[in-house]
Design a protein around this ligand. Structure first.
Ligand code: ARG
Length: 403
């Protein structure tokens, strides 16, 4: 085994990463620094400090990354209206490059030669962490205990904990819990009964949204302000990115918005079923499309839609820090210069629908489109010629082929 001097571990404070922490200390016999990111997962982070102290960690980093997460990762992605396989808002995918960036930053600061993460060997997250480290600092090694140790089952994991005096909370003693990943953008739940896509997900899987059936019977109206493609206000009140997303998560959650039960294709080529809850993100995607509908030129909007699946796949597959993602981002960002104004939505029993949009930079012309007499010069004979020319090749084609 290669000699490692110092490791920075991405540490949640939970049972699995506590075992990883111990295993790293035992296996490499070196100092381990823990890094716990507050991404708005809605969990107490102080237990992470206590648990790390308990196993003798001296350098414990707990960092609030909520604003950076939303402004530098979630919002750029929203500008693209990114959806993986048409539906997934990429809540876990977009958090990994940020965590990796800080792991690398801390490693450099403390002179560590390796970083470690608790992602398993079958998932996407290991790929995302490690591709990001590759792109940011290839001199830093990556340790992925789940791929390296001999622990192969939940039982063995708990045995390892007992043997090394790591306290196992009583609710973690039985069968494996759901695998949950949460942050300000979403909650993702996988595993257990969900592994059978034919089984209906039980209601207790959902954590941040009510069942639309139980949502209020009266709709709620919300207005979101945009500036350069980014949401900046809710009901006229300016907010920081993280505060804005937090606010919309509350609103959306109460109205049962943003639930998704999805079977997706992992990069590592297996299908997996997950339950996602993305209340604020779902509202923002709808609102962003609403403001773009009046501010983007037709061809610009269509080009964005063409590259969107490619861009989303890059993020899903872990290529956030790759040149082609940055190139697409430049294109997307350029398109947003006039994407400013206000969109009003109605939230009602699981749906967020745009009911009005307005912008000082609108391209919409009521005068042009009106069924009534228009003052703008629009010669109806032009439309006739336009159709005749577009139909030219169709007439030749049918003349040859017949119908
Ligand atoms: N399948 C999702 C993705 O690849 C979520 C992965 C993390 N979620 C989890 N529950 N462990 O982005």
């Amino acid at each position: 085994m290669t000699k490692i001097e110092k490791i920075v571990l991405s540490y949640s404070g939970g049972l699995d990463t506590s075992i990883i922490l111990k295993w790293l200390q035992e296996t490499y016999g070196c100092e381990v620094v823990t890094f716990t990111a507050d991404l708005g997962q809605g969990e107490e982070l102080e237990p992470a400090r206590a648990n790390a102290e308990m196993v003798g960690v001296k350098d414990i980093r707990i960092v609030d990354l909520r604003e950076e997460f939303v402004s530098d990762f979630v919002f750029p992605m929203l500008r693209a209206n990114a959806l993986y396989e048409g539906q997934y808002l990429l809540g876990s995918s977009i958090a990994r490059p940020l965590i990796a960036k800080h792991l690398v930053g801390i490693a450099r600061e403390v002179g560590a030669d390796a970083v470690a993460h608790g992602a398993t060997g079958k998932g996407n997250d290991q790929i995302r962490f490690e591709l990001a480290v590759n792109a940011l600092d290839p001199s830093i090694k990556v340790i992925a205990p789940w791929r390296q140790w001999n622990i192969r089952s939940r039982m063995q994991l708990l045995e390892y904990a007992e043997k090394h005096h790591i306290p196992v909370p009583s609710d973690k003693r039985g069968e494996a819990p759901f695998s949950i990943d949460a942050n300000l953008l979403h909650t993702s739940t996988e595993g257990k009964i969900l592994e059978n896509p034919a089984e209906v997900a039980p209601d207790h899987v959902y954590q941040r949204t009510v069942d639309p059936v139980d949502a209020p019977d009266t709709p709620e109206i919300v207005t979101i302000g945009f500036d350069w493609g980014d949401p900046v206000s809710v009901n006229g009140k300016s907010m920081t990115p993280a505060a804005l997303l937090t606010e919309l998560n509350g609103l959306g959650g109460r109205h049962g918005i943003g639930r998704l039960d999805l079977v997706e294709n992992r990069f590592i080529d297996m299908k997996s079923r997950g339950i996602y809850e993305t209340p604020g993100g779902t509202i923002l995607l709808t609102a962003h499309r609403g403001i773009e509908s009046i501010t983007l030129d037709r061809a610009a909007a269509h080009l964005k839609d063409e590259i969107m699946p490619r861009y989303a796949e890059l993020i899903y597959n872990g290529f956030w820090f790759a040149p082609e993602r940055e190139m697409l981002q430049a294109l997307i960002d350029h398109s947003q210069a006039f994407v400013s104004g206000e969109v009003t939505l109605r939230l009602y029993k699981g749906s967020a629908s745009v009911i009005s949009r307005a912008s000082p930079c609108s391209l919409y012309s009521a005068d042009l489109v009106t069924f009534e007499e228009s003052t703008i010069a629009f010669d109806h004979h032009d439309a006739e010629g336009f159709i005749r020319l577009n139909g030219l090749r169709l007439r030749s084609w049918v003349a040859r082929n017949g119908r």
